[in-house]
Design a protein. Structure first.
Length: 519
């Protein structure tokens, strides 16, 4: 299944995969094992239920849930019904999720019940007064609140039985390749999430390329630890597997013991993820007691991937293909990628070369660091209903300002050296100082605050806050950290707080974060 004519849209892809891969195993979740034929049928049922619930082409449908079979079915069902998928970060607190739901004007939300000890439904209900566009909430569980607009997954599917398979087919086939398939919300220097709009055609072309370069193949067994709410988890995971007939084994939470158990029990052959995942795997004291011999493909990415990590994956685990890549949501998640056969030092020290159809340039002299600019078929059409920010991000001649700093070598390999946006990565999650600062600024005892990323041996980087107390306030570092844990996703929570009398600012009033990093 390689010809674009077979899957010009995601609904086409789902149907083509069911037809081509039939009885091959599609998804494994605990004791549940379904084939591609069964997955196709489940997606059609979910699409019918979306239609019965009033979802029209172009409506936004959100999913706020961990990596599960229900996520796959509900998301693909919504897109098959012509909706635009809006994935929500499972680390969000209620107010953070509500902002994205309000901003996207989501009509329907699929939400998990309780995950990691948190009731997502309770978090949502505390904020639902500000969500006038949200008409229905489907709880991916056996129970749902007895309130208007709430229903269980089972009842939702049952309500779709009045929609025929033929009606679903007509709706799916009417989706144009140029239509938006998803809006991935990503924060930036403004401190508020912005929605990158990506089309069906862009998504499918990108991940056909990714699958080819990575060497994903039919029969691969793919442990998807990268969150589905992230471009890489959804598209390099679900979409790529649908294209190649690989088996998806979703893992809701990164836990190295579970990863090891899954690799051995399910004969996992493909394991993409951040360097921290693979480092934890290599260093686990019980690693030798698990059979990891089926592993053959690892794809990772970060500003720095230790050369030793690449070499250990190849030698200690005998993994044939280890690749690094670079991408961002505004470019459909993929810009550069190493190639099979590249030497270990290229894989470790660079993010590879531009993928086909991509132009890449660095605004600096050859060999010098500068802002990375990208142009190509995969660049978003813009931020959802935000023309001003779009215009500031995409030039008139189509170049995307990534906000990242890098160096291009003579072979076209890109090395990421810094981030203009000050973003830092906490255990694989992008953390944006402006957004964290905005949340910390809500604390009644904080007058001023700045956040930077600092090295951490386990997570790579974590946040450190420099805060100015309000007059008379006695808030401590422990107080502010504890408050942050209640108010924001865990990866955003500063691990250290230093109180200062004032923040260093330049003549225009902007905080000089370089001075803070030198402290």
């Amino acid at each position: 299944m390689r010809g674009d004519e077979e899957w010009s849209t995601v609904p086409n892809l789902v149907r083509a995969a069911a037809g081509r891969y039939g009885e091959r195993e599609a998804v494994v979740e605990g004791r549940t094992r379904i084939t591609y034929t069964e997955l196709g049928a489940r997606v059609e049922r979910a699409a019918a239920a979306c239609m019965a619930s009033g979802v029209e082409p172009g409506d936004r449908v959100a999913v706020w849930a961990p990596n599960t079979l229900d996520w796959i079915v509900s998301a693909l069902g919504a897109v098959t019904a012509g909706a635009v998928l809006v994935p929500l970060n499972t680390r969000f607190k209620g107010a953070e999720a509500a902002y994205v739901l309000e901003r996207s004007r989501a009509k329907l939300l699929f939400v998990t019940g309780t995950f990691l000890g948190t009731s997502y439904v309770a978090s949502l209900r505390r904020c639902e007064a500000g969500l006038p566009h949200l008409e229905r909430v489907v709880v991916l569980a056996d129970t749902a609140p007895e309130a208007d607009g709430y229903m269980t997954w089972k009842d939702f599917l049952a309500a779709g039985e009045r929609i025929s398979a033929g009606q679903v087919r007509i709706r799916a086939e009417a989706v144009p390749a140029s239509a938006p398939s998803d809006i991935i919300y990503t924060s930036g220097t403004t401190g508020r999430p912005k929605g990158a709009v990506i089309s069906h055609a862009q998504t499918l072309r990108c991940y056909a390329i990714w699958s080819e370069l990575a060497g994903l193949r039919e029969g691969d067994r793919y442990l998807i630890v990268n969150p589905f709410f992230h471009t890489f988890g959804y598209k390099a995971g679900i979409i790529a597997c649908l294209m190649r007939g690989a088996t998806m084994i979703p893992q809701p939470v990164f836990d190295v013991d579970t990863v090891l158990a899954n690799i051995a029990a399910e004969r996992i052959s493909v394991l993409p993820g951040p360097p921290t995942l693979h480092q934890a795997l290599l260093d686990h004291p019980a690693r030798a007691s698990h059979d990891l011999s089926a592993l053959r493909l690892v794809v990772t990415g970060a500003a720095v991937v230790p050369l030793q990590l690449v070499e250990r994956l190849r030698t200690e685990l005998d993994i044939a293909t280890v690749l690094t890549a670079y991408g961002l949501s505004e470019a459909s998640g993929i810009v550069t990628m190493c190639r099979r056969g590249d030497p270990p030092e290229v894989i470790a020290s660079t993010a590879g070369r531009a993928v086909p159809g991509t132009e890449l340039r660095v605004l600096a002299a050859p060999g010098e660091p500068g802002e990375i600019m990208v142009r190509g078929f995969h660049v978003m059409s813009g931020y959802f209903e935000d023309p001003e920010t779009t215009a500031a991000t995409i030039t008139a001649d189509g170049w995307l300002r990534t906000g990242d700093v890098g160096v291009l070598d003579e072979d076209g390999n890109l090395r990421i050296t810094d981030r203009i946006k000050d973003m830092f990565i906490v255990g694989g999650f992008n953390a944006y100082p402006a957004e964290i600062e905005q949340l910390l600024g809500l604390h009644p005892d904080v007058a001023d605050v700045a956040v930077i990323g600092v090295p951490d041996p386990r997570l790579g980087e974590v946040g450190k806050a420099y805060a100015v107390r309000r007059p008379g306030a006695t808030v401590t570092a422990d107080d502010l950290i504890a408050w942050s844990r209640r108010e924001m996703a865990n990866y955003k929570v500063p691990r250290a707080v230093e109180f200062v009398s004032e923040l260093p600012r330049n003549a225009s009033g902007k905080v000089v974060k370089g001075n803070l990093r030198e402290c």
